[in-house]
Design a protein around this ligand. Structure first.
Ligand code: FAD
Length: 339
């Protein structure tokens, strides 16, 4: 498919002599230091692609005129309305914007945790921060790159036929993002790492630690009426996620394929739980600024994006939990269909 964001090469090592670098049997651990950095890196690359695709699509949607708004003419001076008036065009644009803003918040959140992990004077704070980054790493890798796929394709779609044409550059964003779902461990492998190792592997202890942080926000803001539209969804999903995790763990004891069958859906649910927390934190800051009299439209845009996110993207968690609960049987009892 080609990849333009990175310079890549294939090296053939047939007949070469290998020599051991470092201590025997320590290679895998050393490799994972690099892999974890790479996984956060590709998540960030998809975040960049999501943002640039959004910016291009937004400019195009304001410029391109096509048909009239369903609710009456908007641009009387033009032969047609700009396509940004159409609800579905706005949905595509807002999807990209919400995934870019949620992803950016999560990337910064992880960066702060990494600083704590490496530099905080308190040993416990260092260890807790490291554990939470380890939990979030497969989510950054898989959720941000899957969202990048959705967002770059939505933004390409905003261009209509021009999206398919090379000169506009939109097809390159979609194509470059596609690789991020594959390399540094496919997104399925990320989901197995999350559910199998990081969650079930320690009986949900790290997930509980992260859940406590969310719980703290719910407790602080649960009584704030203005925050309820942002707090209620994460409080509800937090409870559902605990139950959902226990259920999969129990089924997995009896049949390990149940974990493999649920993992991809599980990662996306966990991704929304984390994004929900990010959007609630951003909404809190925005509301505080607005109440304090700050009229910068930046804060109103944050609230609008958070509202869109909770209304239109976050609810897919219900479907994902339902499909995960359908279990391994519809996948594994398919020998005739896959013969
Ligand atoms: C453009 C490009 C650049 C790359 N650059 C590098 C590089 O610089 N260095 C490097 O080392 N590698 C590089 N890779 C390799 C890349 O990391 C691998 O292709 C990737 O990790 C997937 O491994 P694989 O191709 O062996 O797929 P496979 O492991 O064969 O997987 C095939 C499919 O099966 C699924 N699958 C496999 N095992 C399981 C399982 N246990 N449970 C569920 N599903 C499973 C996968 O998710 C995938 O969908 C690059 C790849 C590409 C395409």
């Amino acid at each position: 498919m080609g990849i333009h964001g990175n310079a890549t090469a294939q090296i053939v090592l047939e007949g070469a002599t290998g020599s051991l670098v470092g201590q025997p049997n320590k290679g895998l651990a050393a490799m994972f230091v690099m892999m974890n950095a790479a996984r956060l890196g590709v998540g960030n690359q998809s975040l960049g692609l999501t943002e640039v695709a959004f910016q291009n699509a937004l400019a195009y949607a304001k410029d391109r005129i096509q048909m009239r708004s369903l609710s009456g003419v908007k641009a009387k001076d033009k032969e047609a309305d700009p396509i940004i008036v159409h609800p579905d065009v706005r949905k595509m644009l807002m999807t990209a914007r919400a995934y870019a803003e949620g992803g950016r918040a999560l990337a910064i959140y992880c960066t702060l945790l990494l600083d704590k992990e490496h530099h905080h004077p308190d040993d416990k704070v260092r260890r807790d921060a490291g554990e939470i980054v380890a939990l979030l790493t497969p989510i950054v890798k898989a959720f941000l790159t899957d969202n990048g796929h959705i967002a770059t394709n939505a933004c390409l779609q905003v261009f209509g036929g021009h999206g398919f044409i090379k000169e506009w550059g939109m097809e390159q964003f979609a194509r470059d993002n596609r690789i991020n779902m594959i390399y540094e461990g496919t997104n399925t492998i990320q989901s197995l790492d999350l559910l199998g190792r990081k969650v079930l592997g320690n009986n949900g202890a790290t997930l509980k630690k992260f859940g406590k942080l969310v719980g703290q926000l719910v407790e602080e803001e649960g009584v704030n009426e203005k925050m309820s539209e942002f707090i209620t969804p994460i409080a509800v999903l937090g409870d559902q996620l605990t139950k959902f995790t226990t259920e999969i763990g129990f089924k997995g004891f009896q049949n390990p394929d149940e974990v493999g069958a649920a993992a991809v859906d599980y990662l996306r649910v966990a991704g929304h739980f984390v994004f929900g927390y990010m959007f609630a934190l951003m909404a809190r800051t925005a509301l505080r600024e607005i109440v304090a009299g700050n009229t910068d439209p930046f804060y109103e845009a944050k609230l609008q994006t958070a509202r869109f996110y909770f209304a239109k993207l976050f609810p897919e968690t219900a479907t994902l939990m339902r499909t995960a609960r359908a279990g391994a049987a519809p996948l594994m009892n398919t020998d005739a269909a896959l013969a």
